[in-house]
Write a protein that binds this ligand. Structure first.
Ligand code: CTP
Length: 425
């Protein structure tokens, strides 16, 4: 809930300010309205008073019956100066519509009515929504006033383009719709998002994502259904926690995160080369890619023709286990996390076996027998295995799962740094 001081200046668009008051009060905000004398020729104070549930002021010498209080707040015991008390209590001062004249007065710092006096006295954010004829808006004097106000930190909204009040005229100068004005108010009054816990600051995180494609010929491949969502979510969360993140992306068509460095690969061999090149300088490896365990022993340069045969045989050969290879060369200060896509019963037992065999710090197990989670789905449900324990993560979005995995990584590294056995999960 915000306390909004709405200053209405003279213009045909003043009627839209009524709708804004209705919308904003319905959204739970408290409003007080002040009007310039000219605006009263367009919309009367009684309408604003009825919709805001508070007296409307227009003259700086007028006593405020509410003594500067907003609806829902207690009025002070004394009788304060109305304009000073109103602006002191408000979270945001919106001038809508702001006529060319009021805009010029705000830029010049004039204080010749209650609205402009309040603008000078206000220390809260000032939001100005101009509305006027398109030629007045385009005039260099108006444009210079806008530039000056913005240079002082005032938010001046761009007027909308469309039909204007004068018959047959179109152009830029319309007051933005009340819903857009309310959005602008809420954007400026929203409490700041607390800074994220930056638990991975200074660490280099290498993530593999997606699924490898092993060529059969120039146009066909052996692949898998991994979309790369889990790997990309891990990368985004690691970046959020302050890490320098590189993703080796195997055939991932998802949007890229500007904070992350990407190395695009297609095959398991390319993924291995990219990982080997980055591994030495990696602190945390999150091996989420679905790497082909087998690839065609031979790949044809051109496109295979089907010929007359009813059957075709493609011989497959093992790919090197990249994660095991990296783990064999690992340093003790590196944290290695593997992912195990297991099918049905025995998943956790296979996962534990992988944890030991691949010399990993954690294995994230998910059950790929389920169609509602995992491959190409928005959600996942995993179990994180470490030497000391088992953490069951109930069904959640992939970003939430990624955060849970990184929480385990942070705990593992904290325990390792303290020389203690990692905490049981
Ligand atoms: N992995 C890898 N190189 C491969 C295959 C898999 O680095 N050639 C990695 C995966 O990225 C994953 C982990 O190893 O992090 C587990 O993959 P998975 O194929 O489930 O492991 P396997 O030990 O091959 O188990 P399974 O016998 O079930 O195939």
């Amino acid at each position: 809930m915000a306390r909004i001081l709405l200053g209405v200046s003279g213009g045909i668009a003043a009627y839209k300010a009524l709708e804004l008051v209705r919308l904003a009060t319905a959204a739970g905000h408290a409003l007080r309205v002040i009007q310039t004398p000219a605006s009263r020729r367009f919309v009367g104070a009684a309408s604003f008073a009825a919709l805001s549930g508070a007296p409307v002021l227009s003259d700086e010498f007028e006593r405020d019956p509410a003594r500067g209080a907003f609806p829902g707040d207690a009025a002070p015991g004394h009788d304060p100066l109305s304009h000073l008390e109103l602006v002191r209590n408000t979270d945001i001062f919106l001038v809508a519509p702001a006529s060319a004249n009021t805009l010029a007065k705000l830029a010049a710092g004039l204080a010749d009515n209650l609205l402009t006096t309040c603008a000078l006295a206000a220390t809260c954010p000032l939001l100005v929504a101009p509305a006027m004829n398109d030629k007045m808006w385009a005039h260099p004097a108006t444009q210079a006033n806008v530039v000056l106000l913005r240079s002082r930190g005032v938010t001046v909204l761009e007027p909308a383009t469309g039909r204007l009040a004068s018959r047959g005229e179109e152009g830029a100068g319309r007051l933005p719709e009340p819903g857009a004005l309310l959005e602008a108010i809420e954007a400026l009054t929203r409490p700041p998002v607390p800074a994220p816990a930056a638990d991975l600051v200074g660490l280099r995180v290498l993530v593999t994502a997606g699924g490898t494609r092993e060529p059969i010929d120039a146009v066909r491949f052996v692949g898998n259904r991994s979309s790369g969502r889990m790997g990309f979510a891990l990368a985004a969360e690691a970046a959020e926690l302050g890490a320098a993140v590189t993703v080796v992306a195997a055939n991932v068509g998802l949007p890229r995160d500007p904070r992350v460095t990407y190395v695009d690969v297609e095959t398991a061999a390319q993924l291995r080369d990219a990982c080997c090149a980055a591994f030495e300088s990696t602190d945390v490896l999150l091996m989420a890619a679905a790497v082909a365990d087998f690839r065609p022993a031979r790949s044809f340069a051109g496109k295979l023709k089907k010929g007359a045969d009813e059957r075709m045989r493609i011989e497959l050969e093992r790919t090197p286990d990249i994660l095991s290879g990296l783990a064999a060369a690992r340093r003790a200060d590196q944290t290695l996390v593997g992912f195990a896509a297991e099918h049905g019963a025995g998943a956790l037992q296979y996962g534990r076996e992988k944890l030991a065999r691949k010399r990993l710090d954690a294995v994230v197990v998910n059950d790929v027998s389920r169609t509602d989670i995992g491959f190409d789905a928005a959600d996942n449900e995993v179990t994180i295995l470490t030497a000391a324990g088992t953490t069951q993560i109930a069904r959640a979005s992939k970003p939430q799962i990624a955060r849970a995995v990184l929480d385990v990584v942070v705990a593992l590294r904290a325990a390792a740094a303290a020389g203690a056995p990692e905490p049981a999960a």
